[in-house]
Design a protein around this ligand. Structure first.
Ligand SMILES: [Zn+2]
Length: 141
């Protein structure tokens, strides 16, 4: 029998090993507790690393002034606020349709010019890149 005392890896108590083979803990409950504690740490890991991942993404986008996870969250909020601002909203199918319709139109009304002597309205001709005077109602305008 060994007289050597082991120190429990969980509670730190000194104990006399019951078996000759190497024992880490003084009792079964310490062994179980130590095992559960390890499990908890490994389970908690993905949650704690998530803000860091966000931080890295922000760094890649060269978002300045991100020092810690809290600032990172603020930056993410500020960034998403910026991206959802009216003028930065991604173009919808409707927007693209409107843009296409606008580009396919040859004549565009010029608002800061007066009518000509015949009462025709000024239009910008997309093809000739000239101002032309047209009677409204013509050319499908
Ligand atoms: Zn113990």
């Amino acid at each position: 029998m060994e007289n050597y005392l082991y120190t429990c890896a969980y509670c730190g108590k000194q104990y006399k090993p019951r078996r000759r083979r190497k024992q880490k803990y003084c009792c079964n409950s310490c062994r179980t507790n130590a095992f559960n504690a390890k499990k908890k740490i490994s389970l908690a890991k993905p949650e704690t690393t998530q803000p860091e991942n966000q931080l890295q993404k922000i760094d890649k986008m060269s978002w300045a002034g991100v020092g810690n996870a809290a600032a990172g969250t603020l930056a993410v909020n500020a960034l998403s606020g910026l991206l959802t601002r009216e003028e930065n909203k991604p173009a919808t199918k409707k927007d693209i349709k409107e843009i296409k319709a606008l580009l396919s139109k040859r004549y565009h009304e010029v608002l800061n010019m007066d009518l000509d002597s015949y009462g025709s309205e000024p239009y910008y001709d997309m093809e000739t890149k000239n101002i032309v005077y047209l009677k409204s109602g013509n050319y499908g305008i």
